[in-house]
Design a protein around this ligand. Structure first.
Ligand SMILES: O=C(O)CCC(=O)C(=O)O
Length: 246
């Protein structure tokens, strides 16, 4: 018998709804480390400025706010230790199988009172030339609630890829969705949301007086291929099926 990381109930919810939440997935130490990593990235300004000029978003008369830190898994050994750990990969293996590659990673920061809404979308639409055997792991580093920029999900929406258009963002046309089905994910620091890459989701505006930081890590079941147009992926496995290791 293979030991599973996800409980039967969590797996059942994932298969039915396209997501499941694991409370207290990250340790207090992990959460503190990631908060500090964000603070260092923001202070140094270096990661974002060097690699992605769109990450800086400065409102008039306001100090610049680092809203996105790209590729922490590639750039920081401590982040890699957390999200490449045996424990985390055991969960990922339950969801996408024993062949696991890093796809992409980022920190998303929604500042108090000015963090914008991310409209409804499916992650796979952003890299549609890749197979759907991928998983998104979204972790709350600050509390995430409907007032504080939390995630919103449409249970059971992971069965088909919907058309996406460049509107407010690259997104699904929201009037074509049944928004009465939307469920907020209310999460504490360290809680994890495993999300099928076809689950339709959004994140709320941050209307609270508190910042909201989260990590997004996506794992893929295949190596990056030469024909792939998406820039994400890796050729080095984080985990390989046992027969490939011998
Ligand atoms: O963390 C967020 O606010 C939104 C994350 C998200 O949905 C995404 O990056 O695809």
């Amino acid at each position: 018998m293979t030991l599973k990381a996800l409980t039967d109930d969590q797996m059942e919810q994932f298969n039915r709804d396209g997501y499941c939440i694991i409370p207290a997935f990250l340790s207090h130490g992990d959460v503190t480390y990631i908060k500090d990593y964000y603070r260092r990235a923001a202070e140094a300004n270096a990661l974002a400025a060097a690699q992605d000029t769109t990450a800086w978003d400065q409102d008039k008369d306001e100090a610049p706010v680092l809203r996105r830190v790209p590729a922490p898994f590639d750039n920081d050994p401590g982040f890699r230790e957390i999200f490449g750990s045996t424990r985390v990969l055991d969960y990922v293996e339950d969801l996408i199988g024993p062949s696991i590659y890093m796809h992409s990673s980022k920190l998303i920061f929604k500042p108090a009172r000015s963090g914008r809404r991310k409209p409804m979308h499916q992650d796979l639409a952003y890299w549609a030339d890749m197979s759907e055997r991928q998983i998104t792991l979204w972790c709350a580093i600050d509390p995430a609630t409907p007032e504080r920029g939390g995630m919103e999900l449409i249970p059971g929406s992971h069965k088909q890829l919907l058309p996406h258009e460049d509107l407010d963002d690259y997104q699904v046309r929201e009037e074509q969705l049944d928004l009465s089905q939307v469920r907020p994910a209310i999460m504490e620091p360290g809680d994890a949301l495993f999300l099928d890459v076809m689950t339709v989701h959004a994140s709320a505006q941050n209307r609270s007086d508190h910042d909201r930081l989260a990590t997004v890590v996506n794992y893929y079941s295949q190596p990056k291929s030469d024909s792939q147009t998406s820039r994400y992926g890796s050729t080095q496995p984080l985990r390989a099926p046992l027969q490939q290791l011998s």
